[in-house]
Ligand binder design. Structure first.
Ligand SMILES: *Cc1c(COP(=O)(O)O)cnc(C)c1O
Length: 415
């Protein structure tokens, strides 16, 4: 007998992972900033009590790197890291076909040319596609740890060493993750974090560059503040001055980010428990194929993804799962132009710069010839069209997890 009443009738009410955690600690730390009347991180009185500095200290320690620089956004972190590493006009930077458009934009803002390569069934950069895309102009690669899943860093680092490329990890979606015991963001030459509301940890807005490299750190610092080299202790460090932006983080943002970041380990282990329980309950199913995870222990675990054999089956599965009361989505067939998928990055596809005279593809120093088209990464599009994603949450109870398991099993049994 077919049971048509949904597995779950209870509403699914889980807010963003980050802001759901807002509580007394955020309020206290923000009030502390207001009480101190000190919102500029470099304000000379009370410099040693800077919240931004505390946030950098926390990340330095947690990631285990020599330097961390807080900035005002994840995009800024990527731009500063690229410029910091000396990437610029004439250079190509390899990025995966599945990442937020900001990764591509940061490369272009640094006046370099993004080269887009396939992801594999982990939905992170396919190392073979990366190696095949290397040209004499390639200077850097940006592996992106999408949806909390670590990229295949052993392979990516090995290829990069052989070709002497700079590796900048985009950790915007994977704060708290690791790969073979190493915190994400500590493996490449630089790691870039975002503290925007939809990430695991928010600061309102914000970002962080983590690096072991003194020169990258010095150049990031100079770039993140147009007068950085000219004042205070920085003079002693003999930083080489060059034009920069204002990417500084405000103390108010840092206070929020600090309160949030102090709980990151607990948050990640709650998410891992949730995901492990669900995966245990569905991994025997032959009708679905679970996303491959390069290091399951390092998965931040807020996203459950599995594939159906065909696009049609995936659409049907997704609709049935929704009917069972479990919110989910196919990644590429959601009825809108998701800017996480390369074919929807229109200004990249059309090679449009900020103006006709400010266009990294047409600049005199660029000798390469990269081409883009909507069908250039068929494997990525195929995987994303067959993928079903369910957003997980730290507040999911065992009962909530079991609803997900029961619903997936019920729908699978009808395949
Ligand atoms: C969010 C995001 C960014 C940009 O971070 P912002 O803080 O919004 O500038 C970069 N890369 C990826 C993969 C992201 O998800």
């Amino acid at each position: 007998m077919l049971n048509n009443s949904p597995v779950r009738v209870k509403p699914w009410e889980f807010g963003p992972l980050s802001t759901e955690e807002f509580g007394d600690e955020e309020k206290e730390l923000v009030m502390r900033v207001l009480d101190k009347k000190r919102v500029f991180r470099f304000y000379d009185s009370g410099l040693e009590q800077s919240e931004t500095r505390l946030l950098e200290d926390l990340y330095r320690e947690r990631i285990g790197v020599k330097h961390c620089l807080a900035v005002n956004a994840g995009t800024s972190a990527l731009i500063a890291a690229l410029i910091g590493a000396g990437i610029g006009p004439g250079d190509e930077v390899i990025i995966p076909a599945y990442t937020y458009i900001a990764t591509a934009s940061a490369v272009l803002v640094a006046r370099a040319v993004p080269v887009i390569v396939e992801v594999d069934d982990s939905l992170t950069m396919d190392p073979k596609a990366f190696e095949s895309a290397i040209t004499p102009y390639t200077k850097a690669v940006i592996p992106v740890h999408m949806r909390g899943v670590p990229s295949r860093m052993d392979e990516i680092m090995e290829i990069s060493r052989r070709h002497q490329l700079i590796v900048i990890e985009d950790v915007a979606q994977a704060n708290g993750g690791s790969y073979k015991g190493k915190p994400l963001g500590s493996i490449g030459h630089a790691g870039c974090f975002s503290f925007q509301q939809f990430k695991l940890i928010t600061a309102g807005e914000g970002g962080m560059v983590a690096t072991q490299d003194d020169k990258i750190f010095a150049r990031c610092s100079v770039y993140h503040d147009s007068a950085f080299a000219y004042w205070g202790d920085n003079m002693k460090n003999n930083y080489e001055a060059f034009p920069g932006e204002n990417f500084r983080m405000s103390e108010l943002n840092a206070a929020v980010g600090l309160a949030q970041s102090r709980r990151i380990n607990g948050l990640v282990s709650k998410l891992q428990n949730v995901k492990n329980r669900i995966v245990d309950g569905i991994q025997d199913l032959s009708q679905i194929q679970l996303q491959s995870i390069p290091d399951p222990q390092g998965d931040v675990s807020y996203s459950l993804i599995f594939y159906l054999p065909t696009i049609e089956q995936s659409k049907k599965f997704s609709a049935l799962l929704s009917h069972e009361g479990i919110p989910n989505g196919t990644i590429d067939n959601n009825g809108f132009a998701d800017r996480h998928i390369y074919k929807n990055w229109t200004y990249v596809m059309e090679k449009r710069g900020a103006s006709v005279h400010d266009n990294p593809w047409n600049c005199a120093s660029y000798k390469g010839n990269v081409e883009y088209s909507a069908d250039m990464c068929p494997t990525t599009i195929n995987l994303l069209s067959r993928a079903i994603a369910i957003g997980l949450h730290q507040n999911m109870t065992e009962e909530d997890c079991d609803d997900v398991i029961t619903a997936i099993r019920k729908v699978a049994s009808r395949q």
